[in-house]
Design a binder for this molecule. Sequence first.
Ligand code: ADP
Ligand code: MG
Length: 709
Amino acid sequence: MSGVSKSVQQPESAKRQPTPAEVLATPVEFVRGVGPQRAELLAKLEVRTAGDLVFFFPRDYQDLTDRREIADLQEDALQTVRGEVVEVDARSSGFGKSVVGVLVRQGHDHLRAIWFNQPFMREKFREGQHVLLSAKPRFRGGRWEMPHPRVTWLDGAEDQPEMRLLPLYPLTEGVTQYQMRRMVASAVENFGHVLEEVFPDALLRRYDLMPLAEALSAIHSPQDAEQLERARRRFVFQELFVLQLAVVARRWQQQVGFRAPPLAASADINARIERLFPFELTAGQRMAMHDVAADMARETPMNRLLQGDVGSGKTVIAVYAMLLCVARGHQAALMAPTEILARQHAETLGGLLRVSRVRYLLLVGGMTAKEREAALAEIAAGRIDLVIGTHALLQEDVQFAKLGLVVIDEQHKFGVRQRATLRQGEKSPHYLVMTATPIPRTISMTLFGDLDVTTLREMPPGRQEVRTYVVQPNEQDRWWHFVREKLRAGRQAYVVAPLVDESENIAAASVSAAFERLTNGELAAFRVGIIHGRMTPAEKEHTMAEFRTGRTHVLVSTSVIEVGVDVPNACIMVIDSPERFGLAQLHQLRGRVGRGKLAAFCGVLASDDASEQARERLSAFAATSDGFELAEMDFQLRGPGDLFGTQQHGLPPLRIADLRRDQAILEEARREAQSLFAADPGLKQSEHTRLRRQMLVRYGNALELGDVG
Ligand code: ADP
Ligand code: MG
C-alpha cells in the first residue's frame, strides 16, 4: 500500500493533511467496493486512481422516463415498468442452455422478465423485491414479456426513485453496469468532497456554469434531462477551456521563449521576387504575402498556417517567404510530405530561379552517401540558400548555418507535437505551414490553435472546374469509352486504385491488380504507368517523369498522388472504390486535374454494395467543388479522427467534449481562455493555480509546456 493511501485511510496518523491531488491519486483498488481484482479490470478502461473514477463519465443514460402500467405497454419501444417480484424460476433446456424467468406483479397485471443463458440472474431476485424493468416488451401467448431487461432494484414499496436517467458507463468484460455504478458512486461519495472548484466565482457566474460539486453529482445521477445538460455543459466547458488555456500558453511560451531573426521585406525585395512569377498575383495571394511579411519582420517566430483549396496557389506564398528569407541573408527549408512532391517543388523553384543567384538543393533519398555528405557540408557551411526535402528533413542530422524559415507543405497529417520537435534550443526559425485540406474551424482551434491562420479563398484565374460524375456500375463501359476518347485526343489520365488496407503490401497488390485489369481490358491500347509506395524513389521518379513528359498516357496509382502533383495535360481522374476515401481526400485527388487550360473530368466508380450513406457522400462530392464545404461535411459525417489520423496529433483524447456537437462551447472557452491568459500571463495568480495545474497535468507533456510559469 502506498504512503498516500495510508494517509488517506488513517488521516489522524498523517503528519500533514494530504493535498486534494494526493487524495485523488489514491490507487483505485482502495476505493470502497473496488478491490484489487476489479482494479485490474478498471485499468483496462484507463481508470487507475480514485480521481479517474470520480471523473469517469457515463457514455449515455438509460431513459426511464417512459414508465408504464403493464396494461398500457406497447410492443417494440423502450419502456419501464415497476413491479414486485412474485416468482423466480430457472429451467435448463439441456446442453448447458438455461432460461431464468422472473414474474413481476403490478396490481392485477403480470409481466415476465426472461434471461437466456444467464443462470446467475436467478440469484439476484427474491420474492417481494420491488424492481424497475426497462426493455422493449413483447406480447406472447397472452401475456407480456421483457427479454433481458435492465433492472433497477428498489428499496421496497416506499422507494419511488425520481431518477429518470440512469447513467451507462463504458464497460469492460467482467464489470457490469450495476457494479460500475456502485463503484463510481462510492468514489464520488468518498473522494468527491476533496475536489475544489477550478473556476473562479466570476467565471462560473459569467458562463452560468454549474458548480463542480453539483455538476459531479448531476452527471453521475441526473434528476432530469435539463440538469444533465447543465452538468454536461460545465464539464465540456472545463475540458475545452483547459485545452484552450494550454494552446494559448504554448503560443505565449513561443513568443516569450523563442527568438527568431527579424527578416523584414522591402519594396525592392518584393518587386524582385514578384518579377519571377509568370502571372499576376491574385488579391488573396497578395494578402497572404502581406501577413507573412509582417510575421517575418518580427523577432518572435512566425507560426502561420496557410490554408487554401487545392490549386489556390499556395506555392507562390512559400516561394515568396523563402526568397525573402534568403534576401535577408538566411537559409530556408521547404518540406514536403512525399519525395514526389519535393522533387516537383524543386523543379518549380528551378524554373523560377533560372536567372537568379539563389543556390538551392534537393535533399531526398536515393542520393549516394557521398553526395549526401557533400550536400550536408554545403548546407552547414551556408553555401546553400534553399533546401528542399521531405518532412524528415529536420529530424535528420541536417545542420544549417543560418536557418531563418521552415515551410511545411501539406501538413494536415502533422500536429502540434511534430512541429515542436523541429525547434532547437532558444533559437527558432519562422514557420509557415501549408495545407490544402481545409480545416474545420473547431479543429484548427484545437490542433492548430497555436497558429495564426491565413486562408486563400479565391482561385487563380483560368482554373477549370472539374466536372465530377458518380459512375454507376452499369455505366462503367460508357465511362471508359469516354476516357479512351480523351486519351486519343492527346490527354492524360490518373486512375486511383483503392487502398484496401493501410499495409503497403496490400495497397501495392491492389494497384497492381487494377493495372493488370486495365492494361488487359479498358486501356489495352494505351501506355499505362504504375506508382505505389513499395517502389524505390528512383522507380517512382522514373514513372513520374514518364507521365510528366507524356510518354505514358495513364498513371495508375495509390493515393500517393493525393497531394500536390501537378501535370497540366492530365485532365481526367478516375477513382475506383471511392467509398474508401474521406470527402476531403477525394477532393484532394480531384484537385490533381483541372490545372491547365483543359476541361477536366473526375469519375468516381461507385460500387454495387455501397451503403446509403456512402452514396450520399458521393453525390455531395459530385455536387460541390468547394473544399471547405466538403471538409466540414466530412467532419460532421466521420468526425475529426478521419481527417487527421486519430493518433497523429499527439493530444490526449477528449473525455466528454465532442467537437462537432460542442462547437459553440469551444468558441466561448477559447475566448475566455485568451482573455484570462492575457490578464494573467503564465497563470500565476493564486485563484488560477488549480486551472494551471490541470492544464499542465493534462497537456504539459503533449504540448511541451514545461513549467509555464
Ligand atoms: P496549391 O495551392 O494546390 O499548392 P499551386 O501553388 O500548386 O497550388 O498552384 C496551382 C497552379 O496555379 C500552379 O500551376 C500555379 O503555377 C498556378 N498559379 C498560382 N498562382 C497563380 C496566379 N496568380 N495566376 C495564375 N496561375 C497561378
Ligand atoms: Mg501545393
